[in-house]
Design a protein around this ligand. Structure first.
Ligand code: 4AD
Length: 458
């Protein structure tokens, strides 16, 4: 169907005086004695295009064309509306492509996000989700560009895996047979399953990413990861999109530099490419959003030792729900205090106690901590988790044995430390989390098309 994007008509003066055809859905309709006004949106931009119907000239307009949600094809001349300083269309022909009956759920101008979550197939037609998903697309492109411009190789790691990267049973199982009493043991059951062993959906592409980086130098993945954790929070989904660079010949300070550059690149690109959306989010969801993002691109992030953060938390004049002691895993309330109250900017927390982090992290010389880092940001908390990797075979084996891991399951991973091991590091960025940070959307369910959460699937 030949037609022009509404974005083009609104933003470019080339179309003035020309006859064009546009398609879209009716967002608002106003009628008066001599003229009717429709606002049309086709998803190409946040703004709507006004269609002016001169009733004396266009006498046979289908009444269905003026119903909210109806889809139309409109031809007419592009004229400039001086009062609103925007282009609009003086309609010459209107075709109804799809009627929209009165039970269309988006009759009210503003609907609660919770209500919209009940209809993910319809909410994309609202301004909010129009903006969210365009920003998501722009940010995905920025991520690829950032890594491609710097010579990283884009790798696709398997989603079905036999090894758990992060540890501690948060994997979804992949199976073609249900468990039954016919099997004498778990081993016998799994042996009969599709892969002949227990398998699950990957929580992270890191282990395979490390394997790729040991030949290709610098790689990144960008795909879904799955977590079966029972975390019904505003920041967790069971299926999220994960950006995981892995870099050979890289130590923790280098990794922090790369992560900071990447975040600044994404934010700068978003601010440049999506000014309308940013203005919308500022007005509707987070006052001060633009200023916050400007400060992100213009200032250095803080780098803070875990041990110092614990001291800050201990002397804080705040009653935390979870007590703070050296060695504890930081809860969201602690992370947010550090980044929102103490430093008031993004903070790389580094050198965590080894007991609360994964087996693969490089063990520091103090024998107590690992060269890990989480990036915490105001409003959201952790958006990045990463580390330098343990490159020493014996130390890695020691960490795995301490955790009771089966070395045989990780023989390929251990080989990397046997054959030409090098210092290397990587991190994982939660794609939805950075979208939340950049849009001010407070709930992760509102930045992904179909959120998968505990007890909910559509
Ligand atoms: O800190 P995580 O668990 O780290 C890893 O998976 C490492 N293997 C990454 C690496 O070093 N290559 O997860 C990394 C990030 C988190 O900081 C968070 O932003 C996001 O992934 N994330 C989630 N996002 C949404 N819902 C969940 N359930 C998430 N779990 C982690």
């Amino acid at each position: 169907m030949k037609h022009t994007d509404i974005k083009e008509i609104i933003e470019k003066s080339d179309y003035l005086g020309k006859t064009v055809t546009v398609c879209g859905w009716v967002r608002t309709a106003r009628d008066s004695k001599n003229v009717a006004f429709l606002e049309l949106n086709d998803g190409s931009c946040l703004n709507h295009l006004q269609i002016v119907i001169d009733k004396a000239r266009l006498t046979d307009v289908d009444v269905e064309a003026t119903k909210l949600g109806a889809s139309l094809k409109v031809s007419g001349k592009v004229v400039h509306n001086d009062r609103n300083d925007t282009n609009e269309i003086d309609a010459e022909e209107i075709t109804v492509l799809g009627i929209c009956p009165g039970d269309y759920p988006l009759q009210k101008k503003f609907q609660k996000l919770e209500t919209l979550r009940e209809m993910p197939h319809i909410r994309v037609r609202t301004n909010t989700f129009n903006a969210v998903f365009r920003v998501r697309s722009v940010m995905a492109a920025a991520i690829h560009r950032f890594f491609q411009e710097r010579g990283y190789v884009y790798i696709n790691t398997p989603l079905i895996t036999g090894s758990d990267c992060e540890g501690a049973g948060e994997m979804f199982q992949v199976t073609t047979i249900g468990y039954s009493k016919d099997y004498d043991s778990e081993e016998e059951y799994y042996a009969n399953d599709f892969f002949g062993q227990k398998t699950g959906l990957s929580v992270s592409g890191q282990l395979e990413g490390e394997i790729a980086a040991m030949g290709l130098g610098k790689i990144y993945t960008f795909g879904p990861s799955f977590r079966a954790e029972n975390s019904n929070t505003q920041r967790h989904v069971a299926e999220f999109w994960h950006v995981e660079p892995e870099i050979a010949f890289c130590e923790l300070p280098d990794l922090i530099e790369i992560a900071e550059d990447m975040i600044k690149y994404i934010v700068r690109d978003y601010m440049e490419k999506c000014p309308e959306e940013l203005k919308f989010f500022e007005q509707r969801f987070e006052k001060g959003l633009t200023e916050k993002l400007l400060s992100v691109v213009n200032n250095d992030f803080a780098v803070v030792d875990y041990t110092d953060a614990i001291e800050e938390l201990k002397k804080a004049d705040v009653k935390f729900e979870f007590p703070v002691e050296w060695g504890c895993d930081l809860q969201s309330e602690h992370e947010r205090y550090i980044t929102e109250q103490v430093y008031k900017k993004p903070v790389f927390l580094i050198n965590y106690p080894k007991g609360i982090k994964s087996f693969y992290m490089k063990q520091n010389d103090d024998g107590k901590t690992v060269a890990a880092t989480d990036l915490l940001v105001p409003g959201v908390g952790e958006i990045i988790g990463g580390s330098e990797r343990e490159a020493d075979y014996d130390k890695l084996v020691g960490a795995m044995k301490d955790r009771g891991m089966k070395l045989d399951d990780y023989s390929a991973y251990l080989d990397l430390r046997k054959y030409g091991s090098v210092p290397h590091a990587g991190f994982g960025l939660g794609f939805e989390r950075i979208i939340m940070y950049c849009t001010g959307m407070a709930n992760i369910r509102d930045v992904i098309l179909y959120p998968r959460t505990v007890g909910s699937i559509r």
